[in-house]
Design a protein around this ligand. Structure first.
Ligand SMILES: Cc1cc2nc3c(=O)[nH]c(=O)nc-3n(C[C@H](O)[C@H](O)[C@H](O)COP(=O)(O)OP(=O)(O)OC[C@H]3O[C@@H](n4cnc5c(N)ncnc54)[C@H](O)[C@@H]3O)c2cc1C
Length: 216
């Protein structure tokens, strides 16, 4: 088990139905796209969370949803300013180079791309973000402002102006002439990652160009 360090919560803010942004002081350097482990007790095995904040921000931020029967997220959602949580040092290899690439995320899988974008690493990137409703399209205002026409929000349960009406998989299936010589980065639940991977391969993207981070 990775070593954990106590840290005081700065804020634990609900930002959408059933979604929280946990903040605590940044005590370690990290590379955008990395994860940390979090637990509420030193003896518990930490759960993994992608860092959602930028590398220069003083506060580290974690975007999470509460799993009703889960071990960690129900008590975590009740944490308040000043409470102690235990974190590991950042680690992980879901890291994007400074080159043209496509990011695909659903739900809280947007976190590593938010970290990259908040770190200023959005140039040359195209983001396809999936959510059920506009209010769970986390950080969409920032992406829209910084990425403009390279930002494609896809809303599966509601049709909203400026959003593709459907899943990220529907959006990708409809694309003609997608680039096959650039890397693709996928993050979210296994089902989405597998479906998107299969669509990309069917459109000629080599398997070696597809990078993924699965939240399980
Ligand atoms: C690399 C990585 C990055 C991640 N990043 C994020 C992130 O940024 N944000 C985020 O929200 N999540 C992220 N996750 C997921 C996160 O680690 C947790 O799995 C998630 O928050 C649930 O934790 P929990 O302790 O509340 O629920 P758990 O106790 O793990 O339970 C999750 C669900 O499984 C069910 N369950 C538990 N045990 C069993 C069992 N034995 N049989 C059947 N069902 C069971 C529970 O009822 C619950 O609904 C990431 C995961 C990975 C691997």
């Amino acid at each position: 088990m990775r070593e954990t360090f106590p840290i005081r919560v700065t804020e634990n803010r609900i930002i959408a139905p059933n979604a929280w942004l946990l903040s605590f002081p940044r005590t370690f350097d990290f590379v955008a796209g990395q994860v940390i482990g979090i637990s509420l007790n030193k003896s518990e095995v930490p759960r993994l969370y992608s860092i959602a904040s930028g590398i220069q921000q003083n506060q580290t931020e974690i975007l999470y949803t509460r799993k009703e029967e889960g071990l960690l997220t129900p008590p975590l959602s009740r944490c308040q300013k000043g409470d102690t949580v235990y974190i590991t040092k950042p680690f992980g290899n879901f890291i994007c180079k400074e080159e043209e690439a496509v990011w695909v995320a659903t739900g809280t899988g947007i976190a590593p791309f938010a970290s990259m974008a908040f770190s200023g690493q959005y140039k040359g990137k195209t983001l396809i973000q999936g959510a059920r409703t506009p209010e769970t399209m986390y950080f969409s205002g920032f992406f829209k402002e910084k990425m403009g026409s390279h930002y494609h929000p896809c809303c599966s349960r509601e049709s909203t102006e400026g959003c593709f009406n459907g899943r990220v998989t529907d959006f990708l299936r409809q694309q003609t002439g997608i680039k096959t010589d650039i890397p693709y980065y996928l993050c979210g639940i296994a089902e989405m990652v597998v479906d998107v991977r299969d669509i990309l391969i069917s459109k000629g993207v080599p398997f070696s160009k597809i990078n993924s981070e699965i939240f399980f």
